[in-house]
Design a protein around this ligand. Structure first.
Ligand SMILES: Cc1cc2nc3c(=O)[nH]c(=O)nc-3n(C[C@H](O)[C@H](O)[C@H](O)COP(=O)(O)OP(=O)(O)OC[C@H]3O[C@@H](n4cnc5c(N)ncnc54)[C@H](O)[C@@H]3O)c2cc1C
Length: 245
């Protein structure tokens, strides 16, 4: 791998310029070779990176299997994804052993217990976060926290290495036309590109904490979450150590 270094921009085609200089454990050649040899079907997307390599010589996280076109609200699609996904894991391991130097004696320890879905239902909110917002340090009066310019998904990989960040608006947790409901995590309102930021676990914690505090204050003050006093929510979040600006 060190002989054939890769960058973050190999992972996300629509990455920024700086990402082409940032190191990545990205790998594609072993899978391409397996395809050339007819061992993996040509139309199967397979590329990989791993998160760490332990002292015990293990890679706990190998992210190689990506399947598009699966409706995660449809149990039959999920079942098909699980079956096909497990088959692809076996193909990936064989390809790594055969074509990736260092993997000759690799053994598969475990496969994810169930299929993981990046994207499913999302709300249309009182505000829908946009690509422009997450890439241009957007500011909002109803900020419930901040999140770096850090995107991963839908072909974009931008790493949080600049200190740039946007404010996360409370309104992306409020579904239009529904009272007394707050939505946090990856289902918050926003376009496809902004989802590559808001779906990240640390952004899910921002919207989760904001929504939780707002829910408590709405109960305390006997108003629906839409009518909650945002200044009071922000004060409570600050008292909990949340950075809002
Ligand atoms: C394969 C994969 C790799 C990822 N890698 C990363 C990564 O490296 N870094 C990163 O930041 N993000 C990563 N993500 C994205 C991130 O993990 C998710 O976007 C995030 O965890 C979503 O959080 P959430 O709270 O919105 O939903 P979830 O974490 O899915 O939580 C929803 C919870 O609700 C429960 N639930 C569902 N229905 C009901 C019900 N009816 N009653 C009670 N409980 C219910 C579910 O069991 C689940 O525990 C990855 C996602 C996937 C799929």
């Amino acid at each position: 791998m060190l002989k054939n270094p890769k960058s973050i921009s190999d992972w996300g085609e629509a990455s920024g310029e700086k990402e082409s200089a940032e190191f990545s454990t990205y790998m594609r050649e072993p899978f391409d070779k397996a395809k050339e040899a007819g061992e993996i079907p040509e139309d199967v997307r397979m590329e990989s990176y791993w998160g760490s390599f332990t002292n015990a010589g293990e890679i706990p996280n190998l992210n190689a299997i990506h399947m598009a076109g699966i409706d995660s609200t449809d149990v039959w699609d999920l079942t098909r994804g699980e079956i096909e996904g497990r088959q692809r894991v076996m193909w990936a391991v064989e390809a790594l052993k055969k074509y990736a130097p260092g993997f000759e004696k690799a053994r598969l320890r475990t496969i994810g217990a169930s299929i993981g879905c990046r994207e499913s239902r999302k709300i249309i909110g009182d505000y829908d976060l946009t690509e422009h917002d997450v890439l241009n340090q957007a500011k909002f009066e109803d900020s419930i926290g901040i999140f770096p310019e850090f995107l991963d998904g839908n072909g974009i990989a931008i790493m949080p290495s600049t200190g740039r960040y946007f404010q996360v608006p409370y309104r992306i947790t409020l579904p239009q036309n529904v009272e007394n409901l707050l939505v946090a995590g990856r289902c918050v309102a926003g376009d496809k590109v902004s989802h590559a930021a808001t779906r990240q676990m640390m952004c899910c914690t921002v919207t989760g904490q904001g929504a939780g505090v707002a829910a408590a204050i709405s109960l305390e003050t006997d108003v629906t979450p839409r009518r909650v006093d945002i200044a009071r929510v922000q004060e409570a979040l600050r008292a909990q150590g949340v950075r809002l600006d």
